[in-house]
Write a protein that binds this ligand. Structure first.
Ligand SMILES: Nc1ncnc2c1ncn2[C@@H]1O[C@H](COP(=O)(O)OP(=O)(O)OP(=O)(O)O)[C@@H](O)[C@H]1O
Ligand SMILES: O=P(O)(O)OC[C@@]1(O)O[C@H](CO)[C@@H](O)[C@@H]1O
Length: 325
């Protein structure tokens, strides 16, 4: 069983527009609402592929009740924790060429007592878990080392923790030795302070995250595919998407596929890429099921270190983010 924790879940509204113009009244072509938050999406993707998962989800206010209702309709196995602050709403503006502009609210503060209740729920559910996935941003009021504490708590119990987050929460978690981290290109650049212009830079940066404590690094690179760095191996892979619709949640689907396939080596990377590509071909943050996942479009091999990335990242990262790396 794969347990997911989403401390800052969301209602995801995706609005389809012809093109994004600042300061204009834009008439939308269509809109959809999905339950969201990174861990929630990992559980939704696993559910869509009939793999056992349970999601721990704090929720509050009308938005929170709506979120839980949507997850209930999907049939998600979840432990819900009522909290006082309202669940956030995140908005995606999706253009026909697949470009997405995302606006994520910060979320409402979780009180210390509420965080304790969430932690108890995680500990209670984790006894039957092979993996705990700690995903997404932290709402206000939550200490930046919360995922790190989770990693330390589970390290002795033989439960692997996968972390998908950014900024200080990622830096702290690295120092606590997670089994896996899944940064995207921007997160990897920010965590290491390295400009990422080619696949070789990504490999070097991912090795830096391993040196900082992560056992394995699955670096997702959007349309450029992904790099997997484990103790004894480095692999690069990509998958073609003929008609990209929305990349929102592609990283979550990718992480779900990776864990579903055993979380190691080429077979897991292949599945990760196939699930990620399938998510990109779907609207909003819809998670792909078996009917959408095409493994034949995936290629994997040793990395071509000189290969340029389509969108090089050259961040001047705030030093606090890379302090611990
Ligand atoms: N335009 C695309 N074409 C093909 N594959 C894509 C595209 N965008 C994303 N992918 C696939 O999905 C994976 C995850 O994408 P990305 O790196 O954007 O994740 P992310 O930023 O974590 O996404 P999110 O946070 O929305 O879940 C990529 O590694 C790639 O395999
Ligand atoms: O603000 P965070 O927690 O970093 O990301 C939240 C979010 O963008 O991640 C998911 C896609 O990965 C969406 O469902 C959700 O809106």
């Amino acid at each position: 069983m794969i347990l997911t924790l989403t401390l800052n879940p969301s209602l995801d509204r995706t609005i389809e527009i012809a093109s994004l113009g600042r300061g204009a009244v834009i008439r939308a072509a269509a809109a959809r609402l999905d339950p969201g938050g990174k861990g929630v999406n990992v559980s939704r993707a696993l559910l869509a592929n009939r793999i056992a998962s349970r999601a721990v989800v704090p929720f509050g206010g009308d938005e929170g009740r709506h979120l839980v209702h949507l997850l209930f309709l999907e049939g998600l196995d979840m432990v819900t924790v009522p909290v006082t602050g309202a669940t956030r709403s995140n908005v995606t503006l999706a253009e026909p060429d697949g470009t997405v502009t995302k606006i994520n609210e910060p979320g409402t503060a979780l009180l210390p007592a509420e965080l304790d209740t969430v932690a108890v729920a995680v500990l209670a559910a984790a006894h039957s878990a092979d993996w705990v996935v700690a995903s997404g941003s932290l709402p206000p009021g939550v200490p930046a080392d919360v995922y790190a504490r989770l990693c330390r708590r589970f390290a002795g119990a033989g439960i692997n923790v996968a972390v998908d987050t950014s900024g200080p929460a990622l830096s702290y978690a690295l120092a606590a030795g997670p089994a896996l981290v899944k940064p995207n290109q921007d997160e990897l650049a920010a965590a290491t302070g390295m400009p990422l212009g080619c696949v070789g830079d990504v490999v070097e940066a991912a090795k830096k995250l391993r040196a900082a404590g992560a056992r394995a690094v699955l670096a997702s690179l959007g349309a450029d595919g992904a790099v997997l760095v484990e103790q004894d191996s480095v692999w690069y892979g990509e998958a073609t998407v003929t008609e990209p619709r929305s990349s929102v949640g592609a990283g979550d689907a990718m992480l779900a596929g990776f864990l579903a396939a055993g979380a190691r080596g080429v077979p897991a990377l292949l599945e990760a890429l196939a699930w990620g590509a399938a998510a990109v071909s779907l609207t909003g943050s819809r998670m792909p099921g078996p009917a959408h996942i095409r493994r034949e479009g995936v290629t994997i091999g040793p990395p071509d270190l000189a290969r340029r990335l389509r969108a090089p990242t050259d961040p001047p990262p705030p030093p606090s983010h890379s302090d611990l790396v």
